[in-house]
Design a protein around this ligand. Structure first.
Ligand code: ZN
Ligand code: ZN
Length: 207
């Protein structure tokens, strides 16, 4: 799977375009644009690489990850996928808000050409936070960052859910290349060894 990273919005969220090199099918993950114009370089990349966008996937419902849903849906006319527990974030009458088209949950498989991404439910940062796991990579949204984890003090956040979600992630293979919702990429094995929230050395889950 080929991954291109675009850092978007005031909060510097990572929007990823993940594609199958053979079929050119692609998924847009977390289009959290503040302004529609921020989509331009992403549109250009997709056009130049001749990708066929199949889905928009929101790792959770926070606006820094979903604000560009409408811009991308308008351009590519593809479904917006989100966990049901976070769907309320993206629905509503405000301009730019659109209802979710596909509810994705623990165990849902998203097919992208020859590549498959499996959804794992990782609540804690929000009730409907998910990670997407491929053969060699993982998109962790705001659940796990290089050296840190997402905040759990927003409405719907839960430290105990976060602890259980992180525990779930420790059972995944070390070789997974990790693409978080903010900041640098990492290897899951590196995080297991050095991230204080994963190696049980932290005294508190707060971040
Ligand atoms: Zn968030
Ligand atoms: Zn975020």
């Amino acid at each position: 799977m080929l991954v291109e990273t675009f850092t978007v919005g005031m909060l510097s969220a990572n929007c990823y375009v993940a594609s199958c090199p053979d079929t050119k099918e692609a998924i847009v993950i977390d289009p959290g644009l503040d302004f529609p114009s921020e989509a331009q370089p992403i549109f250009e990349y997709i056009e130049e690489a001749q990708l066929k966008v199949k889905f928009i996937v929101d790792t959770h419902g926070h606006s820094d990850h979903v604000k560009g849903n409408a811009v991308f849906q308008e351009k590519y006319n593809v479904p917006i996928c989100i966990h049901p527990l976070d769907a309320h974030f993206i629905e509503g009458t405000e301009k730019g808000k659109l209802p979710a088209d596909v509810m994705i949950n623990e165990g849902t498989f998203l097919q992208c050409g020859g590549e498959t991404l499996k959804v794992i439910h990782t609540p804690g940062h929000t009730p409907g936070s998910i990670c997407l796991v491929g053969e060699h990579l993982i998109f962790t949204g705001d659940t796990l960052f290089a050296g840190g984890i997402g905040r759990t003090d927003f409405p719907g956040g839960s430290m105990s859910d976060m602890a259980a979600s992180l525990e779930k992630l420790t059972h995944l293979p070390d070789y997974l290349l990790m693409y978080p919702g903010h900041g640098e990429t990492s290897m899951l094995g590196e995080e297991k060894r050095t991230n204080p929230f994963l190696n049980n050395k932290s005294e508190t889950m707060l971040f």
